[in-house]
Design a protein around this ligand. Structure first.
Ligand code: GAL
Length: 376
């Protein structure tokens, strides 16, 4: 991290140099004069403030860019693709050269990034891929397939003995390309256990109908997500879990397994399962290491989460932006096809967090302070 801050300070000096260069260069006098105070080089758009996850990223961006002496602007789309487009237009009008954007809706965001592209802005998709357009230059993300695999494997490793163990599936928003990759990862490890009768799906006839299929098409996953989506919304997750438990009999209760796509929805679903007298025990997954869920894990109310170090993701995307501002080609290590092009990408690994390694993974690594939790 120290080395990274140093490189950023150096890079900031370079960008400031760039700015200064503009000031000194004749040709650019006009441009420099036009640059109003507060004009920014890098604009950031995040989905919503209503989910703790994205406030983590905001904090990282402001810290990394602040330490590098950058003026920066983080705008939120508050769950609306229209607001997202307006945010992008605002940032373009402020002269950004690089846009770092986590799309509210991966397909709907294509129009906004095409506008940025036409304005000469380089577009970095952040965490979520933007699909169906060639206006995305780079992608910075976590290994989302590994997230789903880790969630599925955790359920297998912690399942009660016996056959027909009740399994409840929940997924993210259908507008989020990640939701498909998470589910694909989970299915890749859960499907054999479903097909051989170890696990029995209780809340999705579409998934049940596909239980003998190892690899699902995007359309097949879309059908399942259509039945079990939480829209990444805590209340949708709660009412869906309530409806699921109301519509099944005692055979589908007792000791159960729950695939919850992220922490916010996991807490809502866990509370519903914990309140059902016929549920003797539940194993439930999560993602994002949100503080409230870390406490749930310490208290035994949530079983695991997936640590996605947003310090790394924010720093990687700012690194990319600085390379771009320097006229260099950013480092990438894989590509993601977005149905139009293969987008060069930088992928960050994930860490499974349970009660046993909370301290090591989240406190010793400096992500959270011990004092932020009780019972640790
Ligand atoms: C996903 C993201 C997750 C999760 C979710 C809800 O795209 O990768 O970490 O937080 O959105 O916003």
């Amino acid at each position: 991290m120290k080395k990274r801050v140093l490189s950023m300070v150096l890079a900031a000096a370079l960008v400031l140099g760039l700015l200064a260069g503009c000031a000194s260069g004749k040709k650019d006098d006009k441009k420099t004069e036009d640059k109003k105070d507060g004009e920014i080089q890098v604009g950031i758009v995040l989905p919503t403030k209503d989910e703790p996850r994205w406030l983590q990223d905001q904090a990282q961006f402001e810290r990394v860019l602040g330490e590098a002496g950058f003026t920066n602007q983080v705008l939120f789309s508050q769950g609306s693709s229209a607001t997202e487009k307006t945010n992008v237009e605002t940032l373009i009008s402020q002269g950004i050269k690089v846009l770092i954007i986590c799309a509210q809706d991966g397909a709907a965001a294509a129009a906004a990034v095409e506008e940025a592209k036409n304005a000469g802005v380089t577009v970095i998709a952040y965490d979520r891929l933007i699909t169906g357009t060639d206006a995305v230059d780079y992608y910075v993300t976590f290994n989302s397939f590994a997230v789903g695999q880790a969630q599925g494997q955790y359920l297998i490793d912690n399942a009660p003995e016996g056959k027909d163990v009740p399994l409840y599936l929940y997924a993210g928003a259908a507008t989020d390309n990640n939701a498909f990759i998470f589910f694909e990862g989970a299915w890749s490890v859960l499907q054999p256990k479903i097909a051989d009768g170890t696990f029995k799906i209780e809340n999705s006839s579409e998934a049940e109908a596909l239980k003998d299929k190892t690899e699902l098409s995007r359309d097949e996953i879309a059908k399942i997500i259509g039945q079990v989506t939480t829209d990444w919304d805590f209340n949708v997750a709660k009412s869906k879990a309530e409806a699921n438990l109301t519509s099944v009999d005692g055979n589908a209760k007792g000791d159960v397994l729950v695939l919850a796509p992220n922490d916010g929805t996991a807490r809502s679903i866990a509370d519903v399962f914990a309140a059902d007298k016929e549920i003797k025990s539940y194993v439930i997954t999560g993602q994002d290491s949100e503080k409230a869920s870390v406490q749930y894990i310490i208290d035994g109310k949530q079983s695991m989460t997936v640590f996605k170090d947003t310090r790394t993701l924010a720093a990687d995307s700012v690194d990319m932006a600085l390379s771009i501002l320097k006229g260099d080609t950013p480092a990438t290590d894989t590509t993601y096809n977005n149905e139009k092009i293969d987008v060069p990408a930088k992928e960050t690994p994930i860490i499974v967090v349970t009660k046993d390694n909370v301290k090591k993974a989240l406190i010793d690594s400096g992500y959270y302070k011990e004092s932020e939790f009780t019972g640790l």
